[in-house]
Write a protein that binds this ligand. Sequence first.
Ligand code: EPU
Length: 301
Amino acid sequence: MRITDSKLLAAITALGVEHKPALALAPLTSLGIGGTSDVLLIRKHEALPALIRLLRESKTPYRFLGGGSNVLLPDSELPWVVLQLARQDPEVRFEGNSVYVDCAAELGRTVTLCAKHDLGGMEGLIGVPGSIGGALRMNAGAYGTQIGTFVREVTVFRAATGRIEILRGAEINFEYRHTSFAPDDIMLAVRLELPSKPYSEILQGIRICNEKRRASQPLNQKSAGCIFKNPPGGSAGRMIDELGLKGHHVGDARVSDRHANFFINAGHASAADMLKLIDDVRSRVRERYGVELEEEVIVWK
Ligand code: EPU
């Protein structure tokens, strides 16, 4: 969506928000899929309440994009303006076993920085792509670790109240790839509490997780990680693999040969190709196993 009203644009930029017109969005996502839209880059969190007020008053629909690693955007021009948080400086601040992290910070980089301060616990999350904010929203997890375990406080913009609020960790429900945040909440910053651990020990854990990941996941290809959540007690990847669907494709959207729950953009896949592949695989799993797979990737529609 394009913002063409010059008064609105002037009011937006007066808030210190950067306007990037008709930006190609595919490069902002790990799948490399998506059309174009105006992007509003938020440099200061405090600008959000006024920005959202302006967008609402002018009836400009918007969506918030985090690190882009778990999202499937539509093709061609999007019917929303896209909001993004600019990276802050510093992104991470330490105070004893507490770590204050800006939500635009990369998860992997944060894990490494914490390790250098002898703070561990998050080793399993090392290879998970995306931002801290995205990890919080999804309660990202891998190798027995979920980020929610360490969350003590989240600073969040609540669209429902139009205000920035601080939620205590205990007020938030963290479940498997699901949290109690509202879909239109925008995560801004978090305080994590991490156990003390010697750097060398954390590094060893990180190495082991990296090796496991490299052995089982297609890390050098464009994907959004696992496309489906695992059903209770089951494995989406194993079911898709057992159906012989590795390499199955719609256009350039392809089931990975390495891990069947990773769907790859093998060239110039469109969102339409990827959605068709998702639906096709889901219905085959339903027919064979009677299981309805739920997407893990967030589909903008
Ligand atoms: N399997 C197959 N064929 C495949 C893929 C997997 O037979 O093509 C089998 C494996 O051999 C294993 C089982 O399925 O016995 C589970 O596979 P894996 O250990 O790879 O774990 P997963 O359940 O597929 C989950 C998370 C990953 C996370 C890994 C490691 C979900 C949906 N996926 O994968 O997270 O990295 O565990 O902890 O929960 C993501 O969320 O995007 C993601 C990649």
